[in-house]
Design a protein around this ligand. Sequence first.
Ligand SMILES: [Zn+2]
Length: 382
Amino acid sequence: MRTQLKKALWPWLIVAGVTFAAFEIGRIVAGPLFVTTAAAAHDPSSTPQDELHPFAALEPIDTHVHAFKSDPVFADLLARLRLHVLDICVADTQRSFGDLAAETARAEGFVQASQGHARLCVTFDPFAFQQKDFAQNTIRQLRQEFTGGAVAVKIWKNIGMELKTPDGRYVMPDDPAFEPIYREIAAENKTLVAHVAEPSSCWEPPNPDSPDYDYYEENPQWYMYLHPDHPRKEVILAARDRLLAENPNLRVVGAHLGSMETDVDEIAKRFDRYPNFAVDTAARMEYLMIQPREKVRNFLIKYQDRVLYGTDLEFLNGEATPEALKEWQDTYARDWKFLATHQILQYKKRQIEGLDLPEPVLRRIYHDNAARWIPGITGSSK
Ligand SMILES: [Zn+2]
């Protein structure tokens, strides 16, 4: 890994030098990517940004972002990092990202401005599931969106945790109402991105050490510990597993480590059982950091063709671009440090040693798996 990286670093040193010169002359770079200070330009091993050189060399793909604002500076970031992203739409009743049609239009705007670096993952409103012709209407809408370039479809945790029938039964992801839609996605050779259930801490008493503590503080409506009348996690994941078994031709990427974030052995069991199943790492890298290092490392090596790099980074309407740019770069630098090096990271009170994964494994996690599990994500095919 290290020698190959050194080789890969040389062209970047030249690029960094040129970038630095441009930065000094023009002072136009909103979020200087490779160079933050003169000292850093002369000592490329010293800043988090420098760790993005070998990251960029892999032509990385982030399979899980929510970008709903267009800004040429962001398109520039994607180009400079040689980064492709899957821009995911979400249909929630809280409308955190606004009305679904408006949200999708903003995501399309981001994709169009990305110069080929972003692809769209669309979604549908599951709350219409009992309307007449729900499946046909959804399929018609999806077909149009596929024609327009969408490469994947997202389902969200509201299926299993919020959506109910009029008689009060929770609707699960394997509900027959969704079956024709899943069959259509498979027939169109697209991918289902499934955020099903939540981290286990969602059903457990508050624990400030949990990576999700802040989220449930801020979103008590999703904190199932406070809502014991809602379905248990096991019930929801069992429905997800039935969906996998019943749709062997449908590629499913389980968002957020497939909500099996506390134990990679649980993910491994599903991988062994369902060849049509992969997971993304979005917003759950911390859970890989806090499990035993050798166990996680062995898991990622053994299942190196089933794990897709994803972050859950956001770029929202009304958000300031420089802050978002910094957060994106910092996240990529932190994740790279953890996956690709054996440097020490600080996470909460813990010291975490990086996994130092072999280069071919990094290549799969950062690029190849996304290209295979989400065809069209880099724009090479529709
Ligand atoms: Zn997300």
